[in-house]
Design a protein around this ligand. Sequence first.
Ligand SMILES: *[C@@H]1O[C@H](CO)[C@@H](O)[C@H](O)[C@H]1NC(C)=O
Ligand SMILES: *[C@@H]1O[C@H](CO)[C@@H](O)[C@H](O)[C@H]1NC(C)=O
Ligand SMILES: *[C@@H]1O[C@H](CO)[C@@H](O)[C@H](O)[C@H]1NC(C)=O
Ligand SMILES: *[C@@H]1O[C@H](CO)[C@@H](O)[C@H](O)[C@H]1NC(C)=O
Length: 485
Amino acid sequence: MLCRYPSLIAVLFLPVVAEVVFARPQWRLGVPPVHPPVDPPSHIPMKDGVLLPPYDTIYTFDQLIDHDNPRLGTFKQRYYFTHEFYRHGGPIVISTPGEGPLDGYAGFITNATLNGVVAQATKGAAVMIEHRFFGESNPYSDLSEESYRVHTLEQAIEDLVYFAQTAVLPMPGGNSVGASKAPWFLFGGSYSGALGYFEPIREHMPKNCSADVERVIRYMDRTLAFGSQLQKEAFKARFGMSGLTHLDDVAATLVAPFNPWQDLSPKTGSNNTFVEFCDALEVRNGIAAPADGWGLSHSLAAFGNWMKGFLAQTPVSARISKSSISPSETQAGLGSGFAAIILRQCSNYFPKTFPSATSARPKTEEVNAKYGGWSTNAPRIFFANGKRDPWREATVSSDFINRSSTRQNPIAVSDGFHCNDLDMANAIDPTIAKVQEFAVRYFVQWMDEYRWSISPLPPTFYHEKIPADIIDAPPSPLSNFLSQL
Ligand SMILES: *[C@@H]1O[C@H](CO)[C@@H](O)[C@H](O)[C@H]1NC(C)=O
Ligand SMILES: *[C@@H]1O[C@H](CO)[C@@H](O)[C@H](O)[C@H]1NC(C)=O
Ligand SMILES: *[C@@H]1O[C@H](CO)[C@@H](O)[C@H](O)[C@H]1NC(C)=O
Ligand SMILES: *[C@@H]1O[C@H](CO)[C@@H](O)[C@H](O)[C@H]1NC(C)=O
């Protein structure tokens, strides 16, 4: 996709993963957003003194149902758009919420997010487009096994390519900004196969909490693998899961307190279910445990009670049943293999395609071989990663590889959690502010290089990576930088 055009395509790549998040008080069930939505500012955008359509105006694009067979026709793919900051020759900044409906993502065409700030800095227009099969962008009117045949990674990528090539954007001159004529920036939009979800959590969570959780998990592994039927039942009962048949469901459900880790951000502070969970485990009679925790018997009881309370608040529709996809059924168990539970749903839901519980299998190797995995090196990809992102091990900042930042593929790492860099409100963390500033600088630089190929302009910016002393320094407000452009 990236090499198809002679013109400029640049990518900001964040860990973006299909995932269901347990979050109180509002339960986000079904297939969740890959990164948190951001509301647009309440004002109506204005350009040259003229009001533009509100940010949450929905446009539609006639997208091909099947890129391998265009004769099957088109469906309506929804998107948000604004040309608030656009000037002739500017880029189009496009993004997708990924695996969730478009609603709530209008902030991603405004300068409340990095997407909009880059559009503003480069005089670009911004698009947020719904992913096929989510929200109301459905190729077919049903979700049958036949319809899902066009629900593939390849088709979703081709959607973006076809949009970039052919969309007539709702602005003056919007029929001549296709990717062969104008530069395009793609933000987000990756589905990293996730390995090692839990390592960054373990590293960065409070030591006492991780020590006690590890005890409980070791105990669980032993009990569920080698225990008697009675011991297994007792274990399930302790955590309020007597009704569950599949032991991997039990393991997967115990992951629930860790999922909200992904929702942490400087903006939300420590108001988070995960933080409450650790407090429940580690604070006894008002006293916090030392670094080694309280030990197995207290943590089993405390974890069990926490889990019972948590499940009691879970709407019945979200609880595990044999045939439903529930939040706890879409996560890997801490000690167990990845996604056994998700895979089982394939045969529950699509028995024609996956006749047995073991006939669905993740295509991790194929996808990595096709798209490069950790070695992907198409030019002008800016990798923005968070040290504490649970998905970090699936990114180029994984502990399992040593990949250096280069000018064509800069890698900037903040102290942040999951996708925090996209939301400008998180710039209150200086390391996130730095990553955002660097991202804007790189995209501006890439635009300059693109223009330079038309009218020569010396490159002005050249950063191999963010040295520690820069990351540690207080941020120079992005607004200063933007005002110099
Ligand atoms: C967004 O743009 C407006 C001007 O349109 C400006 O006043 C504001 O400071 C910008 N916000 C950010 C985060 O850059
Ligand atoms: C122990 O747990 C408490 C409560 O979660 C936490 O505030 C504290 O930082 C932890 N201390 C250590 C040394 O891990
Ligand atoms: C904590 O978060 C919840 C849900 O986002 C919110 O309703 C509540 O007001 C927050 N509490 C504090 C103290 O910020
Ligand atoms: C990466 O480099 C560091 C420092 O040179 C080294 O300690 C570590 O073992 C390397 N990791 C891998 C996976 O090669």
